[in-house]
Design a protein around this ligand. Structure first.
Ligand code: FHN
Length: 477
């Protein structure tokens, strides 16, 4: 007993010490940040509202890595295909020779755009240059580009045109990390490194300006490859670059990965303020709670475990359409976007598994897309059968049911003073629904003989005035 008392006392003392310590530390560490967020407040302009409303996007990783597709000199490498150069330790001059083979004759951007539309994607993010440094457009700042391949023609122009024609917003992925460029540096250890990296920064700024000027309908940039010490030491530059790009194209949207502050803090500045317009650190993982609501955010997801570029073998767990739909719903329910990756083959065609996904996700979106587009966190506690989403300001709440309970009864716990006024299926009715009030602001929606295994949506309308207008049945009659 004595031991327990002493133990508890010690615990309390260490808790107080830790809290005071953390507080002092925090107070000490609050930094003067000059190169933090360019737009410190959550953006509410039409471009950003559109980004939010889109909710579902297609990510495309396409580059020279689609040629070896996970194999080098007959040897199989199971890591991400776009990193093969690194796994197989291929010298750059050898890797660069792949450009001599790149001839995507099956490339049909209209077909890609129509697939994306069928799937329900409202925006697309395409790798204009990945870590290998190869550019899908004819860039005046490098020879390592599409014009020096047998294909020769610009891949981006028809891409942008086709997607825009299909009503899909185009974003460009751009890797700062560049394995090809002679001035790229991982760290700035010498004066020579610093000078080289200054040239690299000019190259980066030139290429980004070029992309904005050549493809003026681009809605934003998705930066990557910004984790090395050299970029982390370029806080002022990244701040000025973001400003410059937004001056060239007002309304441009830039992800948090692009930025570092002058202290080397990435995504969020040294005082915890998000930099860029949305948090883009959610890669192959999703948030689980409402702590993300403070900022706009997006999660990007692969279909297999960790493959972005085309890999001949998809090993490990390859996600089902239902899993991916649930992920998208979860993002919407927490006011985030979901970006689903595709890796086209070297000839420009799309692998069969991805074509199947397009159909399945597309069918679902056709019926239930209204529970995703324009929707966000519903302001209600998550329930076990799935997720609530809601268009901001609307009285109608979408219940996206992902797990049907064995008793076919969906329990709904509402906050105090909120009642269900109306309930019905979104789209085609799947069974006869009945409502039962089981407690204070607590209900069951009984599904009856519902057969589907796919997620589906029930719309409920909420009211703050409880009126027994006969729309629900009471538990105790
Ligand atoms: O290294 C890349 C990877 O190849 C892929 O492009 C992903 C997509 O988010 N980003 C990097 C890893 O964070």
């Amino acid at each position: 007993m004595m031991m327990t008392k002493k133990y508890i006392l010690n615990l309390i003392i260490s808790w107080i010490t830790l809290s005071l310590g953390a507080h002092t530390l925090y107070a000490q560490e609050k930094k003067e940040v000059q190169y933090g967020p360019v737009s410190p407040e959550k953006r509410t302009d039409p471009a950003m509202e559109k980004w939010r409303d889109n909710r579902f996007g297609q990510f495309i990783h396409w580059g020279l890595y689609a040629i070896p597709a996970g194999y080098w000199k007959g040897k199989y490498y199971k890591g991400a295909a776009e990193w093969l150069k690194s796994w197989a330790k291929v010298p750059m001059n050898e890797w660069a020779k792949l450009a001599e083979e790149f001839n995507p004759e099956q490339y049909d951007p209209e077909e890609w755009a129509s697939m994306a539309k069928q799937m329900g994607a409202r925006y697309v993010v395409l790798t204009t240059k990945h870590h290998e440094g190869f550019c899908l457009w004819p860039s005046q700042y490098t020879d390592f580009d599409i014009s020096n391949t047998p294909y020769q023609k610009d891949l981006l122009k028809p891409f942008v045109e086709a997607y825009n024609k299909a009503g899909i917003d185009v974003y460009f992925y751009y890797s700062v990390l560049d394995w090809y460029h002679p001035d790229w540096r991982y760290a700035l250890k010498s004066e020579e490194d610093k000078q080289a990296f200054e040239r690299f920064k000019t190259f980066t700024k030139n290429q980004l300006s070029e992309l904005i000027e050549r493809y003026p309908s681009v809605k934003g940039f998705w930066f990557d490859g910004t984790w090395d010490a050299s970029w982390k030491a370029s806080g002022q530059f990244s701040y000025e670059l973001e400003k410059h790009m937004k001056q060239l194209k007002p309304g441009l949207i830039i992800n948090s990965r692009m930025r570092a502050d002058e202290w080397g803090s990435r995504h969020f500045d040294s005082n915890g303020q998000m930099m860029g317009d949305y948090a883009s650190g959610w890669e192959r993982k999703l948030p689980t709670d409402t702590s993300v609501l403070h900022n706009d955010w997006e999660a990007c997801m692969t279909v297999p475990e960790n493959q972005w570029g085309y890999h001949k073998n998809w090993e490990g767990h390859v996600k089902t359409p239902t899993e991916l739909i649930e992920m998208m719903v979860r993002c919407t329910a927490l006011s985030g976007n979901f970006l689903l990756n595709f890796g086209p083959k070297e000839d420009g065609s799309i692998r069969e598994e991805e074509q199947l996904l397009v159909k399945e996700i597309g069918n679902w979106m056709e019926q239930y897309g209204n529970a995703i587009y324009n929707c966000a966190y519903a302001g209600l506690e998550k329930q076990d059968w799935g997720y609530f989403t809601r268009e901001p300001g609307s009285k109608t709440v979408n219940m996206v049911v992902c797990n049907i309970p064995v008793n076919k009864a969906l329990r709904i716990q509402l906050p105090k003073n909120l009642f269900i006024q109306h309930y019905e299926y979104m789209g085609k009715p799947l069974s006869k629904l009945t409502l039962e009030e089981i407690g204070k602001n607590e209900y069951f929606i009984h599904l009856g003989k519902v057969k589907t295994k796919q997620p589906f949506v029930i719309n409920i309308q909420l009211t703050s005035e409880k009126t027994d207008n006969g729309l629900y049945q009471k538990a105790k009659t």
